[in-house]
Design a protein around this ligand. Structure first.
Ligand code: PLP
Length: 392
């Protein structure tokens, strides 16, 4: 377990399991959770996360593309996998061989995939993707291109087996009156389409609509499945009032103090001299930078935790290093643990707090944690694996 203790991400698998149980509690017995593990499980490592969840009984996984799906299969994941994004029809054979279901975006795509599947002598599984208001991909519900006859035509194409249908909320985290009305309308369009298909003799076996915010805020919109992403990773949806789901952040980002020095009044720190000391200070250099996903936008704004106390980033964050003001913390020395995101003692820095400083959302920060940052997996308080992409 020897590794370079530069900057690393701790992934707490116990917290992941607790969150998964908390999500399941939000769902009725007839609604199955699909774990969304796209983008390397939001930076947490899709293989480790999916194995852990499969061990808990999770049977469905959502990914963004074929490569992610193939990665899960090669990691031994047996459950059902659905690709949310577009796969070129030429990959029909791979979809079938990996036993992966593909989102079906429109009739033209369905026909191309059907033709490619027939040419390869395979059958591809698909979930109809309905655009009910996201405006991204899918048959547009309520418009001619998403009408019941068009959907039925897609359902009856040879070489394609439609086993599900889904849609995606654009604003389930928006609790304004307008936001709620928009979400209600998306739900209505989805339900009407499913009802129309059932009335035409094609009941969809597995329909799913909710994302994390939908699961928490709209429990009445459960179908056969629900897609949980960010809440599995324990990132709170604090903007949703009244929700009572207890989440535990799975990822903590840590580093160590590389060097401590005293500086004098007038001394400048880092590129472009954005920080100039007004009085003598003690400064610690931390080996993390924007190449690790610690944004330059945090310069002179973010805090870290050292010895249970907050210290402010001073000067511009560099590619691989940055400096913090440790004048107010006694005894800081080389090798001390630095918490960039996570808890240390009574202090906690959340990805939400950091995201707000940079004008973004915690989703983005999680995804940006770089491949240079080893992932250290913890279970029952012990390190069970270190995934270090720097070692080949
Ligand atoms: C990313 C994604 C999700 C998960 O969203 P969260 O807000 O993280 O729960 C669900 N469904 C689709 C189609 C997605 O692309």
């Amino acid at each position: 377990m020897d590794f370079l203790r530069r900057t690393w991400a701790e992934i707490n698998l116990d917290c992941l399991c607790e969150n998964a149980r908390a999500v399941k509690k939000c769902l009725s017995d007839r609604t199955e959770m699909m774990a969304v593990v796209k983008a390397d499980a939001y930076g947490h490592g899709d293989r480790m996360v999916s194995r852990e969840l499969e061990g808990l009984g999770v049977r469905r996984f959502g990914v963004s593309n074929l490569e992610e799906a193939a990665g899960l299969r090669s990691a031994g994941i047996n459950g059902e996998i659905l690709i949310f994004g577009v796969t070129p029809p030429g990959f029909a054979k791979d979809l079938a061989e990996y036993r992966v279901a593909q989102a079906i975006l429109n009739l033209e795509y369905a026909k191309e995939l059907s033709a490619a599947a027939q040419a390869a002598d395979v059958c591809v599984e698909g979930h109809l993707k309905l655009d009910t208001g996201m405006g991204r991909i899918g048959f547009v519900a309520g418009r001619p291109s998403g009408s019941i006859p068009v959907l039925l035509e897609a359902c009856h194409l040879p070489g394609l087996r439609i086993t599900g249908a889904f849609s995606h909320f654009s604003s389930s985290d928006d609790v304004s009156e307008e936001g709620i009305a928009y979400t209600r309308e998306q739900y209505r369009r989805f339900r009407d389409t499913l009802d129309g298909l059932a009335a035409a003799g094609y009941p969809i076996p597995f329909a799913h609509l909710q994302n994390s915010a939908g699961i928490v805020s709209y429990p009445e919109y459960q179908f056969d499945g629900a897609r949980a992403g960010i809440i599995l990773y324990g990132q709170p949806l604090d903007f949703l009032p009244g929700h009572d789901i207890a989440l535990k952040p799975v990822m903590s980002l840590r580093s160590t103090v590389a060097m401590v020095k005293e500086i004098s009044a007038g001394d400048c720190i880092s590129y472009s001299r954005t920080f100039r000391a007004e009085h003598p200070m003690r400064i610690a250099t931390v080996p993390v930078g924007y190449a690790d996903g610690y944004l330059r936008a945090f310069s002179n704004k973010a805090d870290v935790i050292i010895r249970g106390k907050r210290a402010r980033v001073v000067g511009n964050v560099c590619m691989d290093q940055m400096m913090v003001d440790v004048s107010g913390i006694d005894g800081v020395q080389e090798g001390d643990l630095v918490t960039l995101a996570g808890r240390d003692g009574n202090e906690e820095i959340t990805f939400g707090e950091l995201a707000a400083l940079a004008g973004t959302i915690h989703y983005e920060l999680l995804c940006l944690v770089g491949k240079r940052v080893p992932r250290m997996y913890l279970k029952d308080g012990k390190v069970v694996k270190i995934l270090d992409f720097n070692r080949v």
